[in-house]
Ligand binder design. Structure first.
Ligand code: CP
Length: 311
């Protein structure tokens, strides 16, 4: 069982990178999220105001945070489009964050610039939760991914994880690879040459002695995989549209490709998908991406209540 002292690592602390937390911290958050899954309606946030600042589009992250906050009895202020805020008039990120801190107990922020979330947490007097900063990190997605993996595999240890698609710009795979490196995972990276996992992340694995293999062909990684984590090619991060056109449909997972795969295999995707998972996979019992999105509510309830010290 958890106690308040064991959770104090999160109290009033911003969540910017998945490496801000340890392996034990991930496991504690998973345990808390399991409690919310059993009992999602708890009035822990009564009287609290959470700011939700989305400088980039979002469906799952924003709405699952809002759902989590509403189910906990909290209130939300914020914007879904920075062009409706005074950013449009030239207000800086620092001034926006200092102002919004006056109106809220915690800020959830998505922003297109790498490092923006760290900057916001440095200036804000209230905790900041990074809901995605450019191609850098998406730690709350990572925690819900860990929750989904633990729930479907019964463990986080010794798993074979295939990360597929845009490994260069995909912030979700960067966070997930770093987190799963704490659980003796074996990684298979499947991407075209132009979208390989950046060296900085491969060096991170090398320093920890974690095995990874790079492939061009998706089918090569399927037979041994416990988790196949598909990703969208991140069109919005390409400076050259012709380069995007070359790789946009490079991998399409189809139901027939899953015939010789392990029984325990689950297909994850942070969503939104474009073409990378054919709809004929959706009814396969190995498809887990919509349940994964639901798990985001429980994990975000766990994150917010723990940061606000409400457990
Ligand atoms: N997974 C994820 O970040 O989805 P959204 O962009 O819809 O928030």
């Amino acid at each position: 069982m958890l106690n308040a002292n064991k959770l104090s690592f999160m109290k009033n602390k911003s969540l910017i990178s998945i490496t801000d937390y340890s392996r034990d911290n991930y496991l504690k958050l998973i345990e808390i999220a399991e409690g919310f899954e059993k009992n999602p309606r708890q009035q822990l946030l009564e009287g609290y105001v959470i700011a939700s600042l989305f400088f980039e589009p979002s469906t799952r992250t924003r709405l699952s945070f809002e759902s989590a906050i509403n189910r906990l009895g909290g209130r939300i202020v914020g914007f879904t489009d920075a062009s409706s805020s005074s950013v449009k008039k030239g207000e800086s990120l620092k001034d926006t964050i200092l102002t919004v801190s006056n109106y809220s107990d915690l800020i959830v922020m998505r922003h297109p610039l790498e490092g923006s979330a760290r900057f916001a947490s440095d200036v804000a007097p209230v905790p900041v939760v990074n809901a995605g900063d450019g191609a850098n990190q998406h730690p709350t997605q990572c925690l819900l991914d860990l929750y989904s993996i633990k729930k479907t595999q019964g463990t986080l240890e010794n798993l074979n994880i295939a990360l597929v698609g845009d490994l260069k710009y995909g912030r979700t795979v960067h966070s997930l690879m770093m987190a799963m490196s704490n659980f003796n995972a074996t990684f298979n990276f499947i991407s075209p040459d132009s979208l390989r996992m950046p060296d900085t992340y491969k060096n991170y694995l090398d320093e920890k002695g974690i095995k990874y293999y790079e492939h061009d062909v998706l089918e090569d990684a399927l037979p041994h995989a416990d988790i196949v984590y598909m990703t969208r090619v991140q069109k919005e991060r390409f400076s050259d549209p012709i380069e995007y056109e070359k790789v946009k449909n490079v991998y399409i997972l189809r139901n027939a490709m899953l015939e010789e795969t392990k029984d325990n295999l689950r297909i994850l995707h942070p969503l939104p998908r474009v073409n990378e998972i054919n709809e004929d996979v959706d009814t396969n019992p190995k498809a887990y991406y919509f349940e994964q999105a639901l798990n985001g509510v429980y994990m975000r309830q766990a994150i917010i209540s723990s940061i606000l010290g409400l457990r």
